[in-house]
Write a protein that binds this ligand. Structure first.
Ligand SMILES: C[S@@+](CC[C@H](N)C(=O)[O-])C[C@H]1O[C@@H](n2cnc3c(N)ncnc32)[C@H](O)[C@@H]1O
Length: 217
C-alpha cells in the first residue's frame, strides 16, 4: 500500500495530520511522511543529460567504435554484461550470453544467470543491457533468440545492482527501467545511424537509495 502512494497522496496525508487538533499525538508519523516527501523530491531530479552520437549500426552493437567508447567511459566498478555478444569491453566485466559463439564467462540465458547470481549473492555497479532489440532483429541476427518484452527480467535484474549502481541500456526505448523500479534516468545519448535505420538510444539509469537508507542518513 505504502509503495503505491504518489507524491500528492503523501502531501495530502501531511496536510490532514497538520489540520488535526491532536496533531501533536502524531508527531512521529508526521516526521516519517515528511522524510518520505523529501525522498520523493530528491528523486525528482533535473532532466537527464542529453548527447548526440553519429555512428553506423552493426549486428554487434559495440563494433561501432564511438558506441563502444561511450559505454566504456560510462561504466564504473564491477560490470555485468548480460547480453554480451561479440565485443569485449575494456572494463572489469562478467560476460553472459545464451550463445557460446564468443565464449562468454557464463553461457546461459539472462534469466538463468540472474537466478544463479542471486544464490551466489553477486552484486554489480554497472549492468549493460543490450539484448536483441526486437523480434525481427533477433530472427535476422541471433538465431531467433528473443525473450519478449523482458518485463519480469527487468524487475529481477535490479536486485543485482549495488546502491547507486547504473544500468546502461541500448535500444529504441529511452526509459527502460523507470522510476517505479527505483531507477532515475540520468543520461541519454541519441544515436543517429546516418539514415541507415531509425535512431536509437543509449540510456543510463541510476539506482535510487532506498527509503529506509534515506531516512537513516
Ligand atoms: C545485440 S546483441 C549484443 C551485442 C554486443 N553488445 C556486442 O556489441 O557484441 C544481443 C546478444 O544477446 C544474446 N541473447 C539473446 N537472447 C538471450 C538471452 N535470453 N539471454 C542471454 N543472451 C541472449 C544474443 O546471443 C546476442 O549475442
Amino acid at each position: 500500500m505504502l509503495e503505491s502512494m504518489t507524491k500528492e497522496d503523501i502531501q495530502t496525508v501531511i496536510q490532514e495530520i497538520e489540520k488535526r487538533e491532536d496533531a501533536w499525538l502524531h508527531k512521529q508519523v508526521l516526521v516519517f511522511y515528511k522524510a518520505w516527501l523529501q525522498y520523493y523530491e530528491a528523486s525528482e531530479r533535473k532532466d537527464p543529460e542529453i548527447s548526440y552520437i553519429s555512428a553506423s549500426c552493426y549486428k554487434w552493437t559495440f563494433s561501432a567504435y564511438k558506441i563502444k567508447k561511450f559505454v566504456e567511459n560510462n561504466c564504473k566498478g564491477e560490470v555485468l554484461n548480460l547480453f554480451a555478444g561479440k565485443n569485449r569491453l575494456r572494463v572489469k566485466e562478467s560476460r553472459v550470453d545464451v550463445s557460446n559463439e564468443f565464449y562468454p564467462d557464463y553461457c546461459m540465458s539472462a534469466n538463468d544467470f540472474i537466478k544463479l547470481a542471486r544464490t551466489k549473492n553477486l552484486r554489480y555497479d554497472t549492468i549493460i543491457w543490450d539484448p536483441p532489440w526486437n523480434e525481427r532483429k533477433a530472427k535476422e541476427f541471433y538465431d531467433g533468440k528473443y525473450i519478449g518484452k523482458f518485463t519480469k527480467l527487468k524487475d529481477r535484474v535490479i536486485s543485482l545492482l549495488n546502491d547507486y549502481g547504473i544500468i546502461i541500456s541500448l535500444g529504441y526505448e529511452i526509459t527502460n527501467f523507470g522510476k517505479w523500479r527505483g531507477m532515475d534516468l540520468v543520461r541519454v545519448a541519441v544515436v543517429n545511424p546516418k539514415g541507415e535505420i531509425r535512431p536509437y538510444f543509449i540510456s543510463i539509469e541510476k539506482k535510487r537509495q532506498t527509503l529506509e537508507k534515506f531516512i537513516m542518513s
